[in-house]
Design a protein around this ligand. Structure first.
Ligand code: PLP
Length: 372
């Protein structure tokens, strides 16, 4: 067979991720590959650490990008911190909270599940009750921005509760990092992971993570060996730590890290608070336009994520046909519903570089056309 080079079309990515990436990030990916232990590359990795500390708003020394997607960041947090027999309070209000439970049980730890309705924030009162009823719990885990439903949870309040009850917090920030307010040090978050492909607007496949000193100590004092070799952060740290003492752990995805470096420079140049505000402004314009089209949001206004707009599919509209129409006529991707919302909802992402007026306008025009 005569295979041809794969030349993808230029889509406008307004789904749940990956999001659009800027021309500068795209250009950075085609720069020459250099050795992953080349002193120049090592210097760039140090800069990535510093830029990630800014993105997470933390001084945590242990702040790196895992060479794997957000799911690996999730798994890294659980396998490094949690041991068999530990009790973990896990909040579930969508697909990704459910994945956290699976991580906990696979370790042989006990998950105390706090369920909140899908499409709503995690119920802080319920979490407090669970913490009171389980004084031996060691961790509280929750998803800050539930991509499957478009709901934001009160990470600040939940982390404060965790501290009050001597639990370490494990936070999923895959969709929140760079999109909405997130302050790791101020809120006292202990372990957090994200993804490169959402509001950071980089290529998929990297997972920024950050561990507090308390979390690092928990890893150091483990009684049992971490069952995953690749995700064992005590080994990975040797690879990412200070100049001159790098030891080989795995071969870093060199060009993807160029991309992350570039996207984090763009974040820093814009300013994190300006970036949060931009997402909110674009969301408000989108929400107004959707209202005019008679389209309803799943999540109540005060619990809505600006960067992930989950809406009910209007009566009479065909889920797949409309999404195909947008893709084929406008090169525009929006997301399908996930989990409980499969076939009932669409998810419109305005993440990072995609959170721009022209995209919001195009999305509204295209939707109006597709629905008529
Ligand atoms: N957690 C949340 C909230 C997500 O939205 C996602 C991906 O969409 C993940 C975890 C998993 O990330 P990845 O697909 O990069 O493995």
């Amino acid at each position: 067979m005569n295979f041809q080079s794969f030349i993808p079309p230029r889509r406008i990515l307004m789904g749940p991720g990956p999001s659009d990436i800027s021309p500068e990030v795209l250009a950075s990916l085609s720069r020459p590959v250099i050795g992953h232990l080349d002193p120049l590359f090592v210097g760039m990795m140090d800069e990535v650490k510093t830029l990630l500390q800014y993105a997470f708003q933390t001084k945590n020394e242990f702040t790196i990008a895992l060479s794997a997607p957000g799911s690996a960041g999730m798994e890294a947090c659980f396998v490094n911190l949690v041991e068999a027999g530990d009790k973990v309070i896990v909040c579930r209000n969508g697909v990704f909270g459910d994945r956290m439970i699976q991580n906990v049980t696979r370790i042989g730890a006990e998950a105390i599940v706090v369920d909140s309705p899908w499409g709503r924030a995690v119920e802080v009162d319920k979490v407090e009750q669970a913490l009171i009823a389980n004084p031996d719990a060691k961790f509280l885990a929750f998803v800050h921005a539930e991509t499957s439903t478009g709901a934001v949870s009160d990470a600040k309040a939940l982390c404060a509760l965790a501290q009050e009850h001597n639990c370490l917090s494990i936070v999923d920030a895959v969709t929140s990092l760079g999109g909405i307010e997130l302050r790791v040090d101020e809120w006292g978050i202990d372990a957090i992971y994200s993804g490169s492909q959402k509001c950071l607007s980089c290529v998929p496949g990297l997972s920024p993570i950050s561990f507090s000193e308390k979390a690092v100590n928990v890893i150091k004092e483990r009684k049992t060996q971490i069952q995953s070799w690749f995700l064992d952060q005590s080994l990975v740290m040797g690879y990412w730590s200070g100049k001159g003492k790098r030891s080989y752990h795995h071969t870093a995805p060199v060009n993807s890290l160029y991309g992350l470096h570039e996207s984090l420079i763009q974040l820093q140049n814009e300013g994190i608070e300006n970036r949060w505000a931009r997402h909110q402004t674009q969301h408000e314009t989108l929400a107004k336009g959707l209202k005019k089209l008679g389209i309803e949001f799943i999540v109540p206004e005060e619990e809505r994520l600006p960067q992930l707009n989950a809406i009910y599919i209007p009566k009479g509209a065909d889920d797949v046909k409309v999404r195909d129409y947008l893709l084929n006529h406008y090169n525009l991707e929006i997301g399908a519903g996930l989990g409980d919302f499969a076939g009932k909802a669409w998810r419109i992402g305005i993440m990072g570089y995609a959170a721009r007026s022209e995209n919001v306008a195009l999305c509204l025009t295209a939707l109006e056309d597709a629905l008529n």
